[in-house]
Write a protein that binds this ligand. Structure first.
Ligand SMILES: Cc1ncc(C[n+]2csc(CCOP(=O)(O)OP(=O)(O)O)c2C)c(N)n1
Ligand code: SF4
Length: 284
């Protein structure tokens, strides 16, 4: 199994002091260790944003992609080598804004990925513009009179789009969050872990203090196999309470399961009998 010493990159994150990203990084490390999987089985893929820097602080195979394009790159990596555990990190702007199309299609394909979204309800890296999850009325430099639109609901979207593991965690509860991430990694299929992440510099509404008062854990009696109940729970948001935990879980063949060509990972298939010259002739 991977150890903390193996995961530590020796680099110090340049996030703002107090940023919720630190809690998520710690939960991610803990989750990777808790799965019992070896170091070389992890592959991290990141979008662009403060959150997108995460793989830089971890010593693993990884790639820092383009804004909003982490999921297609991760899909390619997973389909090329189904033996890898591919974890994707990015922000709400990255995944639910510019990358929203990729988000929907990766979920309906049930690509076996673990997608951890650092949802701070704002654009952090670009210094505080509204994001697709910003609350209605939220005033920033890009919406000085407050956001007009209603926010994207990532959990409801994920349940409707075919994700097979849909959870929400909180960056201020590392133990609980690490369990959600570890379960997402071991789940076969697309796992979304949306994480409530305070941005101490640009979001002065959805703060640690606010989340401490509003966040509550789904009760033991909650049944994550009940899709309609999951939809209903995903609608809860605001001062009266925000649930965290596993909202929805189902077992369905993954995209790769449906392709017999991938029963042996592509990277392990012999290519000696492939006539590359003939292929090249066709293309040039
Ligand atoms: C194609 C493209 N458009 C815009 C940008 C500028 N940009 C970089 S990060 C970002 C948004 C960051 O917000 P989010 O994804 O929520 O991540 P956070 O920084 O909050 O973690 C934007 C708009 C870019 N890098 N590439
Ligand atoms: S700008 Fe916000 S999200 Fe980015 S590092 Fe600072 S506190 Fe964290």
């Amino acid at each position: 199994m991977v150890t903390l010493a193996e995961l530590n990159s020796g680099k110090i994150p340049d996030w703002c002091p107090g940023c919720g990203d630190f809690g998520i990084l710690n939960a991610l490390k803990r989750a990777m260790m808790d799965t019992g999987l070896p170091h070389e089985k992890f592959y991290l893929v990141a979008g662009i944003g403060c959150s997108g820097k995460t793989p830089q602080w971890l010593n693993t195979y990884s790639i820092h992609t383009l804004h909003g394009r982490a999921l297609p790159v991760a899909t390619g990596a997973k389909l090329a080598n189904t033996d890898l555990n591919v974890i994707v990190t990015g922000g709400d702007g990255d995944g639910y804004g510019i990358g929203a199309g990729h988000f929907l299609h990766a979920m309906r394909r049930n690509i076996d990925l673990t997608y951890v979204v650092f949802n701070n309800l704002v654009y952090g890296l670009t210094t505080g513009q509204t994001s697709p999850t910003s609350e209605k009325g939220f005033a920033t430099k890009s919406t000085p009179f407050g956001v007009i639109e209603v926010p994207v609901n990532p959990l409801a979207l994920a349940i409707a789009s075919g994700a097979t593991y849909v959870a929400r965690g909180y960056a201020g509860d590392i133990v609980h969050l690490s369990k959600l991430i570890a379960d997402g990694i071991t789940h076969r299929g697309f796992a979304l872990i949306d994480v409530l992440q305070p941005c101490v510099t640009f979001n002065h509404k959805n703060t640690y203090e606010w989340y401490q008062k509003t966040v509550y854990k789904l009760p033991e009696t909650y049944n994550p196999a009940d899709k309609m109940a999951a939809f209903q729970k995903s609608m809860e948001w605001g001062d009266s309470g925000i649930p965290i935990g596993v909202f929805y879980k189902e077992s369905r063949p993954t995209y790769a399961d449906e392709l017999p060509q991938l029963s042996t990972p592509l990277v392990k298939q012999p290519i000696d009998n492939v006539d590359i010259d003939r292929l090249m002739q066709k293309m040039i």
